[in-house]
Ligand binder design. Structure first.
Ligand code: FMN
Length: 330
């Protein structure tokens, strides 16, 4: 079974890799991931706020009022709470590159196209083979319309592409008015791939403390459905790479993601819960399923589903929506 895939211009042995997470923090774990068959390593993110604080000693310098600035600064981790300082992040890239022979994808997490993006050049010099940009942005400003939010993302992508030679993937959220249009604009700026989707960590409320109660919840396989829909829709127009992140826990989830159009399949929650060797289970299970169903290559699996895709995804969505609502109780 030919599992080779092209992801961001990198030829990978297969699509399965650990996604951005603490799994890249420990060099022994990274080595274990490679031994378990990871085709690449995606590192945890280096945050814009870290880089800005490291350089200028401030987070969100735009507020003039000192009390507001202090309140905002208190939302963020202190420098020592981040797992890696910007300097240590670069060192970690070098150490990982020295330890494993698979590609290493660094991750930047930010929402402005300001000077902090220059640090991408340092990631490249440290040996990163590609960079994943996580644009984690929640639109909260009544004066910022949808177009401006998209422009903000596109500016970050444009500056990042001008800054580095290595390939750039953009990790998106699903909450845009028209993802196909946005995806085509991101591609037109030269981005090499999209990663679907960012998971938003939704704070709960602690009613006794009258405070927000942020919780880190690992994913469930039900998270995959949203990704499958958008992989299937975007794979019809996106020419670059597509990766899935969110809800892949078992081999059959990986089969569905590749069928829907994924070139790369990232796992985090499943590996945190079951350990790096679960990657071997995913790859073997994927291979067994494909062989049992007489598929010979990744391309063949992807093509098999694209033949079944609707020529009119809008009508497909409306039609199936109407039908499913009628089916209750019948
Ligand atoms: C503990 C933890 C840390 C994470 N750190 C990052 C990060 O630094 N950057 C990032 O882009 N995503 C980060 N993520 C999100 C994952 O990369 C991934 O997109 C998400 O967990 C969904 O994939 P999964 O269902 O395989 O867990 C993190 C997730 C977890 C659980």
């Amino acid at each position: 079974m030919e599992l080779t895939t092209n992801y961001l211009g990198l030829t990978l042995a297969h699509p399965f890799m650990p996604g951005a997470s603490p799994l890249s923090d420990n060099l022994d774990t990274v080595r274990e991931l490679e031994d378990a068959g990871a085709s690449a390593i995606v590192m945890r993110s280096l945050f814009e706020e870290q880089v800005v604080r490291d350089r200028y000693g401030l987070v969100y310098a735009t507020h003039t009022d000192t009390a507001t600035r202090a309140a905002i600064a208190s939302y963020f981790p202190s420098s020592s709470e981040y797992a890696l300082t910007p300097h240590q992040y670069l060192e970690q890239i070098r150490l990982i590159k020295a330890r494993v022979s698979i590609p290493v994808i660094a991750s930047l997490n930010g929402t402005t196209a300001e000077g902090w993006l220059e640090c991408a050049r340092a990631l490249q010099s440290a040996g990163a083979d590609a960079v994943e940009l996580n644009f984690y942005h929640i639109a909260t400003d009544v004066l910022e319309d949808g177009n401006s939010v998209e422009r903000r993302l596109l500016n970050v992508v444009a500056v990042l592409k001008e800054t580095v030679r290595i390939q750039v993937a953009v990790k998106l959220s699903p909450f845009y008015s028209s993802l196909p249009h946005l995806a085509s604009r991101i591609e037109s700026l030269g981005a090499d791939g999209l990663v679907l989707f960012n998971r938003f960590y939704q704070p709960d409320i602690d009613p006794d403390e009258l405070d927000a109660a942020p919780r880190l919840q690992l994913s469930a396989s039900s998270d995959l459905l949203l990704r499958l829909r958008w992989l299937a829709i975007l794979s019809q127009s996106v020419r670059g790479s597509l990766a899935v992140t969110g809800g892949v826990h078992e081999p059959i989830h990986a089969v569905k993601a590749v069928m829907a159009g994924a070139d790369g399949v990232q796992l985090v929650s499943a590996l945190l819960q079951k350990g790096p060797w679960h990657l071997t289970t995913i790859r073997r299970g994927f291979e067994q399923w494909c062989e049992a169903h007489r598929y010979g290559s990744i391309d063949q699996i992807r093509d098999s589903m694209s033949l079944a895709l609707s020529p009119d995804p809008h009508a497909f969505e409306r039609g199936h929506y109407a039908r499913i609502l009628q089916s209750w109780g019948r």
